[in-house]
Design a protein around this ligand. Structure first.
Ligand code: NAD
Length: 252
């Protein structure tokens, strides 16, 4: 659907679109947080290219079969001890700024790092859960990041069972997906940022906006299989793109 234009023309068009929109949905992926120092899965040097068995390692089957080994691998993949030190970047801040302009901005994020909330965004739907908590599969008691950090294999204090990170593991259903689908069908504009759009069912979200003739924007370093369906595509970094959009929106 989108025509090939230079990024600077696209920035003008997208900034006009965002200025006009009152209700914006944002679908963010791991590329949103790489400029904060958290590697994504599929870029060169990303977690996926370093270890092809990652999908198995963060699966519900592996957790159930070998919860202690699971925690060891999980902590090394997500460097969980460091999570608290990451800072929101220009991209996260831009979305908070849009909200501060009186727009309703609902963020549907695949990220589990809590950085949208740290930037001050108030309406964040964590489609794949959060690294900040873990839950007992038996009694549903929640434990915080400090408890997770302190115990190599964290156990529920009541049930003595190994607790599960509050993230959606491979093989588990995505709890808020229906909310995301209905949001994608009713907004004025959908902005997708930093996602390869390879993970299902989240990658149906843009398709729903497209089917409802809602303008769609993709900001991503590399191409995705869905590029052609978007109204506007910016192939550039999140920080540089958001800086350009901010300047253009303030100028116009
Ligand atoms: P992905 O790794 O499959 O794709 C990331 C995309 O972002 C790539 O296409 C890449 O080109 C792009 N990208 C990387 N840096 C960018 C930048 N600075 N500016 C613009 N684009 C950039 O990520 P995904 O689509 O979110 O799917 C991976 C899964 O991994 C998700 O389910 C997510 O839960 C999980 N994950 C989360 C985190 C996190 O919470 N920060 C980190 C790694 C993986």
């Amino acid at each position: 659907m989108h025509t090939q234009t230079s990024n600077s023309n696209t920035i003008k068009q997208v900034s006009a679109l965002l200025k006009q929109a009152r209700h914006i949905a944002v679908l963010s992926g791991a590329g949103m947080s790489t400029e904060s120092g958290i590697p994504d899965f599929r870029s060169a040097g990303g977690l996926w290219t370093r270890d092809m068995s990652l999908a198995e390692a963060v699966s519900i089957d592996y957790f159930r079969a070998n919860p202690a080994e699971f925690w060891h691998t999980f902590k090394s993949i997500f460097s969980i001890k460091l999570v608290g030190n990451y800072q929101a970047n220009q991209g996260h801040q831009f979305l908070q700024w849009l909200e501060s302009q009186g727009k309703r901005v609902r963020i549907l994020t695949q990220n589990i790092d809590g950085l949208h909330q740290r930037a001050g965004s108030r309406d964040v739907v964590e489609l794949h859960g959060s690294l900040m908590k873990a839950v007992c599969p038996n009694c549903q008691s929640y434990y915080d990041l400090q408890y997770i950090r302190e115990h190599p294999v964290p156990l529920c204090l009541k049930c003595k069972q190994v607790i599960k990170p509050d993230v959606v593991l491979y093989g588990e259903p995505v709890p808020h997906i229906d909310l995301a689908f209905s949001c994608a069908a009713e907004v004025d504009c959908l902005l997708v940022m930093g996602s390869s759009l390879e993970v299902s069912p989240v990658n149906f979200i843009p398709r729903i906006s497209m089917d409802h003739q809602i303008p769609t924007v993709l900001i991503n370093l590399s191409s995705t299989r869905m590029d052609r369906g978007f109204s506007h595509v910016i192939h550039a970094g999140i920080g540089a793109s958001c800086e350009a959009l901010l300047q253009e929106m303030n100028r116009a």
